[in-house]
Structures are given as structure tokens and as C-alpha cells.
Design a protein around this ligand. Structure first.
Ligand SMILES: *Cc1c(COP(=O)(O)O)cnc(C)c1O
Length: 455
């Protein structure tokens, strides 16, 4: 269409997708169903409806409908901060001296500082529509808690957040943002739930983990009338909502006749990566096009690259359904790295299946190399990236440098999931040269894997 691709490709409001895309509909091997932890039978909609909103249960279990309409109220909210820009990283390309063309989809343009608002607003909407009083959730680094508190305040829903204790203490400003949006926030593990008290008794002084906080939030939801639990990643429904990222990207690229060769994203629970790649994966699954997909995870929490593909608990307290996924075991305690949003022990069932089928690759990267990439990016592209997002930057730069050697003019697309303004202690450690790389030993990994249920 045009010789020169603009630095930023903006879509107009009416180019915002009107449906989410459900990649499961095009997958030959469907992701394995959630299992009831007691009976080991697939969870029924009825069982799940005690924990999740009815409409979200439907989305969770839907393996067949490729397109799920985005309700008008959600589209209206999306319009406040979407469509998100697709940026051509001309300045980074020049600095690297690569013939590769690099694009990134920027999701950091809202107060949560991440893509998480895309699903938070959808989950809050369905809770409101069902007439619920409120929702409970966990948050690790705090982006999800922020996003959900924003969404709940918009729909006037009560919001209770269990925040992993170390983050609660290390990120007081993140906590205040969440409180400003009116949510109630409790450091986890806490003595407000049975499971929290049990974990505290067993591990006094623990700084908590996402797995613990999930158990507490689920218990809090099921014990209060009119409450349900919501989760910020991993689940099929969350990945579905995040496809707004990939759909916008595809529309923008198609408009300019751009075809990505390599698509890269960081992977914590898998929702942003799944959302970015879904529509492209759909084309690949239908035989219409081919792409190379790369999931990037921290070397300190390597679920895809060093985990097992089995049924496992989703939480430390074992109150949630079992999910088949690449996992390090629910008792795996990742060392305290700075990419809080990538510290979950498991991975989305959808991405796990795609990876197992060889349709997607995975790489793990070390923290200091991630921050070096973040710094290089920040200095020319203007955006201070979140540590999580910087995992994708690292591999995008690696791929671009490979092109420099081979002379290939590949088109590289990556997801820039958010900004890092609340991660300045991490940047400080990097700048001071005190940051280290934590890589679990085979022994550490074996210990985690030993906690996987056998049946
Ligand atoms: C939460 C988070 C992630 C990782 O979550 P996924 O579910 O794997 O997408 C990545 N980047 C940022 C900025 C986050 O907040």
C-alpha cells in the first residue's frame, strides 16, 4: 500500500475487532480439559460455576466456536486505550545494524501498565452482568491487581486482591494504585483464610507465591455469597480475551501487506503470547500461512523448557481444578527474580498443547541478559519496558542479530506487554551491577516435579 511503513501504525476505533478469536476451534489436538481434583473427571460447567461467572465458564469450555462476539460495553471500554499501536522499531534496527524489520505491539498504554486490562474488563463485565457483588483474585507483581481494580471500579463491583507478600512489601506504590481504584488488598499468605493459615503454619515467614495467593482468593470467593474468583492468565478464557492483541496486529499488518516471519512473546501463564499469536496460529493451523512462534520464559522459572507435560495442581493449596500443562510442579518455588509476572509454575493448556505438537518453540533467557536488552531498547525506542516484556525484546534482538550475520531480511514481530516504572529496584540492581542470574539446579527442578500428582 505504501513504500514507507510509518513508525506507528494506528488503527481507527471502528477497526477494533468485534469478536475474539478462539484458536481451539482450529486446533486438531484440543487442549486437555480441566479435571475435578477429587474425582479426576472433566469439570462440568456446573462445578466450575461455583468458582467462575457463568459466561466465563462457557468460554472456558468452548472448543468449537472460532469467533466469540465482544459485548458492546467491553468494546466501549477498549476504545479508551485501544486499538494499541503497532510500532516499527526503526531506531532499534538502525542501532543493531540489522537488515531485519522489527515490529512490536505496545500494550503498556494504560494505567495497569500491561495487557492485563484486556481481560480484566471482560471478566468484570460478566460478573456485573450476572448480578454478582464482587470478585476475588491474586496478584504477583501487581499488574493484574491493578488492571482488575480498574475494571471493577468502572463497573462498580467489589474487588478483593490477595497480593504475594514479597511484592506487597517491595512494591508499596503498586499497592497504593490498587487501593486508589477502591480494591481491598491483603498480603498473602494471610490469616484471613483457612488455606492461608495452613500455609503460614507450615512455612512461617514465607514471602508467599502466586500458587498460595490463588488458593486464598478461591477460598474467599467460594465462602462469600455473590462472589466469584477471577484469574489474570493461564485459563482459556483469559487467552481468548487477549486475542484482541493479535487481531489488531493482524489487521494492521495486513493493511500494509506486512507478513511476520517470526512472532515472539514472553510467557508467564501464556495469555499475552497466546493472544498475540492466536490469529496467526489459526492461519498456520488452517494451512494458509506459516510463521515461526517463540515463547520466551525466564531461566529461573522454565516451565516449557524444563517442565513436564502432565496434569498438575494450579495452586499451592490444591483447591483448584487440575490442568494438563507444562509445569514445574505446584510446589516449585522460583528464586526471587525480577520478572514477577513470569513466575507461575505452569503454562496455559492451549500453549502447552501447541508446543507439544511442535507448532511453537520455547527459549529460556537469563535475567541479566534480559535487562541488558531492556536497556538497549529503552535507549533508542523511548519506552522503559517491563522486565517481563524484556524477555521478548531479548529474543527479538537475538533474532535480529542472527539476520545481521546471514543477511536475511526477516520480519520480526514481538509483544511489548508493558512498562517498567514499578520495577525500578530491578533496574537499580542491574545498573549497580548487583543483579544475578538464578538458574534452578536439576535437583531444584526434580523437587518441584516430585510434587506433581500421580494417578
Ligand atoms: C503479567 C504480565 C506478563 C505475563 O503474563 P502472561 O499471562 O504470560 O501474558 C507479561 N508482561 C507483563 C507486563 C505482565 O504484567
Amino acid at each position: 500500500m505504501s513504500d514507507k511503513i510509518p513508525y506507528k501504525i494506528y488503527l481507527s476505533e471502528n477497526e477494533l475487532p468485534d469478536s475474539w478469536y478462539n484458536v481451539r476451534a482450529d486446533m486438531k489436538n484440543k487442549p486437555a480439559p480441566l479435571l475435578n481434583p477429587a474425582s479426576h473427571k472433566p469439570c462440568t460447567a456446573e462445578e466450575l460455576s461455583h468458582v467462575f461467572c457463568d459466561e466465563l465458564v462457557k468460554q472456558e469450555l468452548d472448543d468449537t466456536n472460532a469467533y466469540i462476539p465482544i459485548p458492546e460495553e467491553i468494546r466501549e471500554f477498549y476504545k479508551m486505550y485501544r486499538p494499541a499501536p503497532l510500532v516499527r522499531a526503526y531506531c532499534l534496527e538502525k542501532k543493531l545494524g540489522t537488515p531485519a524489520k522489527i515490529y512490536y505491539k505496545f500494550e503498556g498504554n494504560n494505567t495497569s501498565g500491561s495487557h492485563k486490562l484486556n481481560s480484566a474488563i471482560a471478566q468484570a463485565y460478566y460478573a456485573k452482568k450476572q448480578g454478582l457483588k464482587g470478585v476475588t483474585t491474586e496478584t504477583g507483581a501487581g499488574q493484574w491487581g491493578t488492571a482488575l481494580s480498574m475494571a471493577c471500579s468502572y463497573f462498580d463491583l467489589d474487588c478483593q486482591v490477595y497480593m504475594v507478600k514479597v511484592s506487597y512489601e517491595q512494591k508499596p506504590f503498586r499497592r497504593e494504585v490498587i487501593r486508589t481504584y477502591g480494591a481491598k488488598i491483603t498480603p498473602s499468605p494471610s490469616d484471613t483464610t483457612e488455606v492461608g493459615r495452613k500455609i503460614l503454619a507450615e512455612f512461617p515467614g514465607t514471602g508467599g507465591s502466586l500458587g498460595c495467593a490463588i488458593s486464598e482468593a478461591v477460598e474467599a470467593a467460594t465462602k462469600q455469597e455473590g462472589y466469584r474468583y477471577v484469574l489474570g492468565s493461564v485459563l482459556n478464557q483469559v487467552l481468548l480475551h487477549q486475542t484482541v492483541i493479535g487481531l489488531e496486529t493482524m489487521t494492521a499488518m495486513d493493511k500494509y501487506g506486512i507478513k511476520p516471519d517470526v512472532i515472539i512473546g514472553c510467557a508467564g501463564g501464556g495469555s499475552n503470547l497466546g493472544g498475540l499469536i492466536s490469529p496467526f496460529m489459526g492461519r498456520k493451523l488452517r494451512g494458509e500461512a506459516d510463521y515461526q512462534f517463540i515463547a520466551v520464559e525466564p531461566a529461573s522459572c522454565p516451565s516449557l523448557t524444563r517442565g513436564k507435560y502432565v496434569y498438575d495442581f494450579c495452586d499451592t493449596g490444591h483447591v483448584c481444578p487440575l490442568a494438563k500443562m507444562y509445569t514445574l510442579g505446584s510446589e516449585f518455588m522460583p528464586s526471587p527474580n525480577h520478572a514477577g509476572g513470569l513466575r507461575y509454575h505452569g503454562m496455559s493448556s492451549i500453549l502447552s498443547q501447541l508446543y507439544d505438537d511442535g507448532l511453537m518453540e520455547a527459549r529460556s533467557v537469563e535475567q541479566t541478559s534480559v535487562f541488558a536488552a531492556a536497556q538497549e531498547f529503552a535507549r533508542v525506542e523511548g519506552i522503559l519496558p517491563a522486565p517481563e516484556s524484556s524477555h521478548a525484546i531479548k529474543v527479538a534482538i537475538d533474532e535480529a542479530l542472527k539476520c545481521k550475520e546471514t543477511g536475511e531480511e526477516k520480519t520480526i514481530l514481538f509483544g511489548l506487554t508493558g512498562t517498567g516504572y514499578f520495577d525500578m529496584y530491578a533496574y537499580k540492581a542491574f545498573n549497580d551491577g548487583t543483579m544475578s542470574d538464578y538458574i534452578p539446579t536439576d535437583d531444584d527442578i526434580a523437587k518441584g516435579l516430585a510434587g506433581i500428582p500421580k494417578f
